[in-house]
Ligand binder design. Structure first.
Ligand SMILES: [Zn+2]
Length: 397
């Protein structure tokens, strides 16, 4: 090796060690950079849910480093969370007008601005921003999901349905049964606004998504009834009974009323029997038969249906009440007394109406969409309880 080569080698190794030392120094500097330190402390505070100290740390960090876009972004978000959306919006808008932002930063800022606008009730502006984002490739899924949530909040189920479809094309799961619920609710909303025909079209679309949809059949009947088409209403409810006999109790009340108004009330007994043929423990059908027999003066048959009802569902107070009544009418004093005792034994249980599994919201009407927590299909609609599910308190009846 020549001297020149030795020289090159020595110089090169010197250069490398200098570079290594330099990068080490720089890293050390970054670690000690107080603005960075405060920013990281802010992030840590956010992760542990301490938004107050996060807010303080971010504020301290931007005082020393006004180039920290993310810290500013988060200060704005925290202000919005505290109810100071106007301040948040001006911070985010200032950020957006800065030069030299990365695409990712700009996207985050635009999202934050729409949230500020929504918090301020500037819905039109927010929707415009979200619609723009939804048309771009980056941030599309987020914008669609945000618009979807907004539509549900505003009760615009048809638009929400379209947005869910778009999200499904991006890979989201959209169960046809849930799709049918969106369309059903859209149909009901259209009918509520006076457009009964449009409402029915939407509900038929729902049935194309999910033929058995109890919600769709139930509301199709309601919409026909609103439009004074009782025969069609009866047909819709019978379709529900065919597909999901266990939910028969949902349509019996309107069905009984419509058949009565049409002068065809006697038909109802056959319907109860049909339901029982498909679902032998359907206490709603049994109770219907009991009432029907009672009205026709056949107390013996009524008592038989009631006994079977109580065998299946000991906590069924409606059955027990009717039992007391019929025994009294028959002059069975002892039995009436026993039945009354049974009624009171079971009084605390089995009260209330339909309840949301998710948020416990209660409703006297059947629901397939929770107005409180905005979940679909979260209500337990089976009014029948199997005997095994009820607590084994001794029922004296
Ligand atoms: Zn709920």
């Amino acid at each position: 090796m020549t001297l020149a080569w030795w020289l090159v080698l020595i110089l090169a190794s010197g250069l490398i060690s200098t570079l290594v030392m330099l990068s080490f120094e720089r890293r050390k500097a970054a670690e000690e950079d107080p603005a960075r330190q405060r920013y990281y402390a802010g992030l840590r505070a956010m992760i542990s849910g301490d938004s107050e100290s996060a807010f303080q740390r971010f504020k301290e960090s931007v005082l020393e480093d006004s180039q920290n876009v993310d810290a500013y972004l988060r200060i704005g978000d925290l202000l919005r969370d505290r109810g100071q959306a106007q301040k948040a919006l001006s911070i985010h808008q200032d950020l957006a007008s800065r030069g030299g932002l990365s695409q990712e930063e700009l996207l985050s800022i635009r999202r934050a601005i729409t949230e500020d606008q929504l918090a301020l009730g500037q819905t039109d502006d927010a929707v415009r921003g979200l619609t723009e984002l939804a048309e771009e490739r980056e941030g599309q899924a987020w914008a669609l999901a945000r618009l979807h949530r907004l539509c549900l909040e505003q009760g615009d189920y048809e638009e929400a349905y379209k947005l869910r479809q778009k999200l499904a094309r991006l890979g989201d799961v959209f169960d046809p049964r849930i799709a049918a619920l969106y369309l059903t609710l859209a149909g009901v909303a259209a009918s509520d606004a006076g457009q009964h025909r449009r409402g029915r079209v939407l509900i038929r679309d729902a049935l194309k998504q999910h033929t058995e949809s109890p919600a769709a059949h139930y509301y199709l009947g309601i919409l026909y009834e609103r439009d004074r088409r009782p025969e069609d209403a009866v047909r819709a409810w019978k379709a529900l009974l065919d597909h999901t006999p266990r939910l028969a109790g949902l349509v019996f009340p309107p069905l009984e009323k419509v058949l009565f108004d049409m002068g065809q009330y006697s038909e109802i007994a056959g319907i109860y029997q049909q339901v029982l043929a498909a679902d032998s423990v359907n206490t709603d059908a049994l109770l219907g038969l009991a009432r029907f027999s009672d009205k026709n003066g056949d107390h013996q048959a009524a008592l038989g249906h009631l006994a079977r009802t109580i065998e299946i569902d000991p906590g069924n107070l409606v059955a027990r009440q009717l039992l007391v009544q019929i025994h009294r009418q028959e002059g069975h004093e002892d039995e009436a007394w026993q039945a009354a005792l049974g009624f009171f034994t079971w009084l605390p249980s089995n009260t209330g109406a339909f309840r949301c599994r998710n948020c416990r919201h209660e409703s006297v009407e059947p629901r397939w969409f929770c107005p409180q927590c905005r979940r679909f299909d979260s209500f337990d609609m089976g009014s029948r309880k199997s005997a095994a599910a009820v607590s084994p308190v001794d029922a004296t009846a």
